[in-house]
Design a protein around this ligand. Structure first.
Ligand code: SF4
Length: 337
């Protein structure tokens, strides 16, 4: 059976999205450009989100003391050795809040990635021609900027709209929960309305938008998490990323967890697989699912590391279970007027 997104996988996959846009697999290269975060440096708070541990997500090649060009080159080498599957890459400004600087400094940082792009791809074709242009050498086709939804404004969006004429650009917001009481409890420092406003404003500028959510934050029941599928489905998102709650060493949440483990419900693997399938059934089929789960080395965790499996293996199990249940993304989705 072919699903509404045009292939036989039972969810609207990130790989299918990029294959349609660029004619092949695309890999993100993480870059640490030395940004900070207003939820840590005192502008909003000093504690940060209670779950936050950026160290756990940084690949070894990704260090702010290296230039952006060097991180891109080492990142391509790393991925080619490990996966050998992609020859198109996105420079992914990932750790902390990658729009948290004055606009002139941001331009300088992002443009360093474009210089690296030019280094690998002297004649970068216009975006619409990319799908038809088969290139054998690795190439960087654009940038993805991860940030907080309270750190974008019209000046930045206008600039990104301009650079989008020649390169792929996506903004990826940490939203984490649709419930204000949860956001308050984890010291997020913004509410859901702020995230919704940023997403709508970004899309109004013609820039594709991704969002990140965590399943299992304290205070949320399974029903609340499933109801969030309806709310997320109404947002004009291109992609979503989901992570199961994992509790990292050294975080405020780790202290809470070690003191009161009974306040937390952490999914085990089988339960999580069925849960994310229940969620995907309700999710708008137009939204691309970039990830169903997070993958972090167990040494960073105080919670049970069920993810000793690689993400690819977890994804395989999710797809197999979808087959057993004969279900797919959007099967229970009802469009809203
Ligand atoms: S906004 Fe991001 S970087 Fe800042 S404290 Fe929260 S999770 Fe960490």
């Amino acid at each position: 059976m072919t699903y509404p997104w045009g292939d036989e996988r039972r969810f609207n996959s990130y790989s299918n999205y990029f294959t349609k846009q660029f004619g092949g697999r695309v890999q993100k290269i993480s870059i640490d450009a030395g940004f900070s975060c207003p939820n840590r440096d005192g502008k909003i708070s000093t504690g940060g989100c209670t779950f936050c541990s950026n160290e756990a997500f940084n690949p070894s090649y990704c260090r702010p003391e290296k230039s952006i060009k060097q991180q891109i080159e080492e990142g391509i080498e790393f991925h080619q050795r490990r996966y050998r599957r992609a020859n198109k890459y996105l420079a992914y400004f990932q750790p902390f809040s990658n729009t948290y600087k004055p606009i002139e400094e941001l331009k300088n940082i992002y443009e360093q990635a474009f210089e690296a792009i030019d280094f690998h791809l002297p004649q970068c074709p216009p975006r619409n021609d990319m799908a038809s242009k088969a290139l054998e050498t690795p190439e960087i086709i654009g940038i993805v900027i991860g940030t907080r939804p309270d750190l974008v404004d019209e000046v930045l969006l206008q600039y990104l709209k301009e650079i989008q004429k020649s390169h792929y650009v996506m903004l990826e917001y940490g939203v984490e929960s649709v419930y204000n009481e949860t956001l308050k409890r984890v010291n997020r420092g913004h509410d859901f309305a702020t995230a919704e406003k940023a997403i709508r404003m970004t899309v109004d500028y013609g820039i594709p938008c991704g969002a990140h959510f965590i399943f299992g934050l304290p205070g949320e029941s399974k029903d609340m998490m499933l109801d969030a599928a309806d709310i997320i489905s109404r947002l004009p998102l291109t992609t979503v990323k989901f992570h199961q709650l994992q509790i990292f060493k050294g975080t405020t949440m780790a202290e809470e967890y070690l003191e009161h483990p009974e306040h937390f419900h952490l999914f085990n693997l089988e339960e999580y697989i069925d849960f994310v399938i229940d969620f995907a059934e309700r999710l708008n089929p137009h939204i691309v699912i970039e990830r169903f789960a997070g993958e972090v080395p167990p040494r960073y965790l105080v919670s049970e590391p069920w993810m000793k499996l690689r993400y690819d293996e977890v994804l395989c199990r999710i797809e197999k279970r979808m087959e057993e249940r004969d279900t797919w993304q959007g099967r229970l989705y009802t469009p809203h007027s």
